[in-house]
Design a protein around this ligand. Sequence first.
Ligand SMILES: Cc1cc2nc3c(=O)[nH]c(=O)nc-3n(C[C@H](O)[C@H](O)[C@H](O)COP(=O)(O)OP(=O)(O)OC[C@H]3O[C@@H](n4cnc5c(N)ncnc54)[C@H](O)[C@@H]3O)c2cc1C
Length: 392
Amino acid sequence: MVSWSNWSGRHSVRPEDVHFVRSEDDACGVTRDAQARGQSIRVAGSGHSHSPLVPGNGIIVDSSGLSGIKSHDPQTNRAWIWAGSKIYSLGRPLHDLGLALKNQGDIDRQALAGACATGTHGTGRQLQNLSAAVTGARIALASGELLECSATQNDKIWQASRLSLGSLGITTALEMQLCPAYKLIESGFNTEHDKLVPRIPELVAKHERFEFFWYPGTDQATVKIIDRTDVEARYPVDAEGSRVAWNYEVLPNHRPHFHTEMEYSVPAESGLNCFADIRQLLKRDFPDVVWPVEYRTVAADDVWLSMANGRGTVTISVHQDIKADETAYYQACEEIFLTYGGRPHWGKVNYLDGSQLATAHPDWQAWWAVRDEVDPDGLFLNSYLKSLQPDR
Ligand SMILES: Cc1cc2nc3c(=O)[nH]c(=O)nc-3n(C[C@H](O)[C@H](O)[C@H](O)COP(=O)(O)OP(=O)(O)OC[C@H]3O[C@@H](n4cnc5c(N)ncnc54)[C@H](O)[C@@H]3O)c2cc1C
């Protein structure tokens, strides 16, 4: 019997089959067959989501065989990239074309389609998440057809596909807006939390990428700052906190410890107050938590289900060891995040139902209308997503 589990082991399932897709023809064939047999399909990237997006009882499609750069346009700095490509596999080949992702997350283990499907982001006041860079998509639909979409072709489907939750079909390739390759210099320092807080607005404004971690149970915080540079890259690449190299060598980190994570996006102007409330909560009610709280920034975008839709954003993440029961801690944090109009990260833990998510996302109904139109039988929904589906 086959099984699938996510990175941390939090979610596991025994589906009817795990199918490795290596071509667009195969992706279309799988959807046609599943439709005929009434089997559900979920597509897996690298399984790095903490939320139950991938588990399903029918077929789990692994698209890691759809990998590499399909084509690129040096005039527009755009490239069609096969959807299952791991982000770590893209840095060097894009660099060889003189190109780079504008930003990326804390790790580079994700599949490109997996990262885009949940609004994965890095940090930077003027830097959007990965979904905002999706300018086109090729999708094997429930009907078995392959559809291409962009702002000028099947535009509503394109808009929904930029952050798809894996629910429109099997994404086979994404067209990404890239930028010229760039070098980065990273610096960091440890400081007392109380000394850092008054400096945060200035640090966010001054540096291209700023983030910090506060360690509960202590007054210590670690700041990380990353800016563009023309100085020569240093090899071997230094340890996290002092790297000078190309974008794809500096941005990803090694995060080997299995954990769960809750992350909410709040309006940028509320970030510091919200963080102060979370800190107070930890000190008062959860003094035993030692995993850090992370503070980052993301630029506004127009992606339908994006956590940064329509507003400059601060993201605040709380973590807990995979072996600990995080429920009481995360639920208390969620209450605070919601008072600030927070939106949960799609790939991380949250406890919201469909009506709460509809309140958080202005384009919730539009997204579902497109999704339901391309997949009326709900082939690409699992029980979690069905529980969020609006009644019609
Ligand atoms: C250690 C760690 C660090 C992280 N750091 C960050 C960070 O810095 N910033 C951040 O924003 N997030 C971060 N995350 C969250 C992570 O980026 C997201 O959960 C992301 O979606 C994981 O990508 P994945 O390839 O593992 O996708 P999965 O978790 O496998 O899938 C995510 C979604 O993508 C869909 N999907 C995948 N491939 C396809 C396809 N070909 N076609 C259609 N749908 C598809 C799935 O169906 C699912 O809905 C981190 C997670 C971990 C565990």
